[in-house]
Design a protein around this ligand. Structure first.
Ligand SMILES: NC(=O)C1=CN([C@@H]2O[C@H](COP(=O)(O)OP(=O)(O)OC[C@H]3O[C@@H](n4cnc5c(N)ncnc54)[C@H](O)[C@@H]3O)[C@@H](O)[C@H]2O)C=CC1
Ligand SMILES: O=C([O-])CC(=O)C(=O)O
Length: 312
């Protein structure tokens, strides 16, 4: 009896979806099914074929197919949702809510129809609210519907800190809590360079500037690109979450999780530290927050609740 290969479906074959499919294949996490709407079927097949033809050059083994037929996603071990519209300069992520909520509802049904026991990671914005929508629509257990924001937001913070200190990004750790919006909460107190607290290495004023740049990091890329949003770092972030789940790594990773009283919030999906493993979100880690940090998190949670209230 041979070993079973993982099957990963990526919904949406645009910038983030296609880049994620390639990164997942390059890491040999499993075979990849790239899915888009029927009008995009040929370009989706074309991207998948192009990626498959990169495999012999780079020496990775993964089948990659493009399709618009959900039957091809049957029995996926993991599904990543990147379908929907992205913002353009001048827009906030929340401006996408109505269009993308409709897409999430349709996509969630199609996914569970063919993979009733799968795990889903949502990227589509506004991602806290879209993860909530997919959770409600899919009927999957809360730990199996997860949103991506914290890996990316933390990566941005780590990039800026490494640049500031002229150190390897590998040694910089950080924690960003809250919703994936401009009032997210980078936790300086829990951020280190090789175990040394950042507060002892960078001035308070400079750290505040880095926090601010992290908060608006998505918008910085949107302004530079002019016609879409970030995709390399988002795809890398999805890939690390996929790996933690598919290899049952039990990594401590910030994820958008369904809260039922943790941090004092209920009936909301919000970015918090989690343990990610084979069962999806296996645990939510509750950090002790100062009054100031809690107030910042309250503000971020209130913004997410406001977007949730727009959903019918
Ligand atoms: N949570 C996060 O940290 C991040 C979230 N995003 C979000 O991810 C989403 C995708 O971004 P991009 O890939 O850059 O956009 P894109 O426009 O390049 O690709 C989106 C794709 O979704 C497809 N699509 C639309 N409706 C669909 C449906 N019903 N079924 C299947 N596919 C469908 C489109 O045809 C298109 O190919 C956006 O909402 C963006 O804001 C992007 C980066 C980071
Ligand atoms: O900014 C956007 O619209 C896309 C995104 O969520 C990010 O790059 O953080």
């Amino acid at each position: 009896m041979g070993l079973k290969r993982n099957k990963i479906s990526v919904i949406g074959s645009g910038f983030t979806g296609a880049t994620t499919a390639l990164m997942i294949a390059q890491k040999e996490l499993g075979d990849v099914v790239l899915v888009d709407i029927p009008q995009m079927e040929d370009p989706t097949k074309g991207k998948a074929l192009d990626m498959a033809e990169a495999a012999p050059v780079q020496g990775f083994d993964a089948k990659i197919i493009g399709t618009s037929n959900y039957e091809d996603t049957k029995d996926s071990d993991l599904v990543i949702i990147t379908a929907g519209i992205a913002r353009k300069p001048g827009m906030s992520r929340d401006d996408l809510v109505n269009t993308n909520a409709k897409i999430m509802k349709a996509v969630a049904k199609d996914i569970v129809n063919y993979s009733p026991d799968t795990t889903i990671i949502v990227l589509t914005n506004p991602v806290d609210a879209m993860t909530y929508t997919v959770f409600k629509e899919s009927g999957l257990p809360k730990g199996r519907v997860i949103g991506q924001s914290g890996v990316l937001d933390t990566a941005r913070f780590r990039t800026f800190v490494a640049e500031e200190l002229n150190l390897s990004v590998k040694d910089i750790t950080g924690f960003v809590l809250g919703g994936h919006g401009d009032d997210m909460v980078p936790l300086i107190r829990y951020s280190y360079a090789g175990g040394v607290p950042l507060e002892t290495l960078i001035s308070k004023e400079r750290l505040e500037e880095i926090v601010q740049r992290t908060r608006t990091g998505g918008g910085e890329i949107v302004s530079l690109l002019g016609n879409g949003s970030a995709y390399y770092a988002p795809a890398a972030s999805l890939t690390v979450m996929a790996e933690a789940i598919l290899k049952d790594q039990r990594r401590v990773i910030p994820s958008i999780a369904f809260l039922e009283g943790e941090y004092g919030y209920k009936d909301i999906y919000l970015g918090v530290p989690t343990i990610l493993g084979g069962k999806g979100i296996e645990k939510i880690i509750e950090l002790d927050l100062t009054a100031e940090e809690k107030a910042a998190l309250d503000k971020s949670a209130a913004s997410v609740k406001k977007v949730l209230s727009l959903l019918s």
